[in-house]
Design a protein around this ligand. Structure first.
Ligand code: HEM
Ligand code: HEM
Length: 224
């Protein structure tokens, strides 16, 4: 391993840090009725980001493609076994253990957002709220393991993986890196997110109006 090569394209990095922020925000606002509008916007952002990432998993750059981190069970076992040795196997992209966390996080993020939306739309009973909460708790647990895994493999491989998720670069052989950053795709992702959030105050206002009408009706009822 001789030089720093580009591994994570810009869309993957932008996706990652926005997903972390949106998930953290949705988690923190879930309990409070006061923050419900914001909670839903953060949840839609999680869903939108994951939909983007799934598309990017098919058409994105080399290490962002799902094909590059779909491992057979035997390869996962060999990797886990190598962790106990002095020279654990090194992967330039996701390692087999990390890739499981990636798929779990994408799946749980979608289930959490969908169940939240279904509950809000009253598509089912109270059980949807249970599913929503359980999916969110499960995702938080995987996030915890994900962060522990990132720290552990950073120490094990003596490579700062958090910095790699910021700069996109990891230690590798020349020629193994990707050639382009795909900045235009990252801009498109940011533009779509900005449009969604620019629309948010309008949505909030509408909800506010609904509340005002409901309050007026309640006053009318009280007056009899
Ligand atoms: C994907 C990211 C999301 C996360 C991590 C998340 C997390 C949570 C959490 C932790 C709660 C509190 C559960 C409880 O104590 O009962 C909650 C409640 C709620 N969430 Fe989400 N949520 C997400 C997305 C959404 C979306 C997209 C919607 C709807 C469009 C939504 C609608 C709701 C509603 C209506 C409640 C209140 C349930 C109740 O009445 O107790 N959530 N969410
Ligand atoms: C809070 C919620 C978080 C979520 C939902 C999340 C989710 C993800 C996902 C889906 C990936 C796969 C990236 C891709 O291929 O598109 C990933 C990778 C990664 N995440 Fe996170 N992440 C979170 C927080 C963090 C934090 C706080 C850190 C830093 C301590 C971190 C560091 C990394 C690193 C270094 C990778 C690349 C792992 C590798 O080298 O294989 N993540 N994360």
């Amino acid at each position: 391993m001789t030089e720093r090569v580009l591994v994570w394209d810009l869309p993957t990095r932008v996706f990652h840090w926005l997903l972390a922020a949106a998930f953290a925000g949705a988690w923190l606002t879930g309990d409070s009725e006061r923050w419900r509008d914001l909670h839903m916007m953060l949840g839609y952002s999680v869903a939108g980001l994951i939909v983007f990432r799934i598309l990017w998993g098919f058409v994105g750059s080399r290490y962002a493609r799902f094909r590059s981190f779909l491992f057979r069970p035997a390869e996962l076992l060999a990797y886990l076994r190598s962790l106990a040795t002095r020279s654990p196997r090194h992967y330039l992209g996701h390692n087999p253990a990390g890739s499981i966390a990636v798929f779990l996080l994408l799946g749980l993020g979608l289930v959490t957002a969908l169940s939240g939306y279904a509950y809000f739309q009253e598509w089912g009973g109270e059980w949807l709220e249970e599913v929503h909460e359980a999916a969110a708790v499960a995702m938080l647990a995987v996030v915890g393991m994900h962060i522990a895994g990132v720290i552990a493999s950073s120490l094990l491989h003596r490579e700062n993986l958090v910095r790699a998720m910021i700069t996109g670069r990891k230690l590798g052989e020349s020629g193994q890196g990707i050639a382009r950053r795909y900045g235009a795709v990252a801009l498109l992702l940011l533009a779509a997110g900005t449009a969604l959030w620019a629309w948010y105050p309008a949505g909030g206002e509408a909800t506010g109006q609904v509340r005002a009408v409901q309050q007026e009706q309640r006053h009318d009822d009280e007056r009899g």
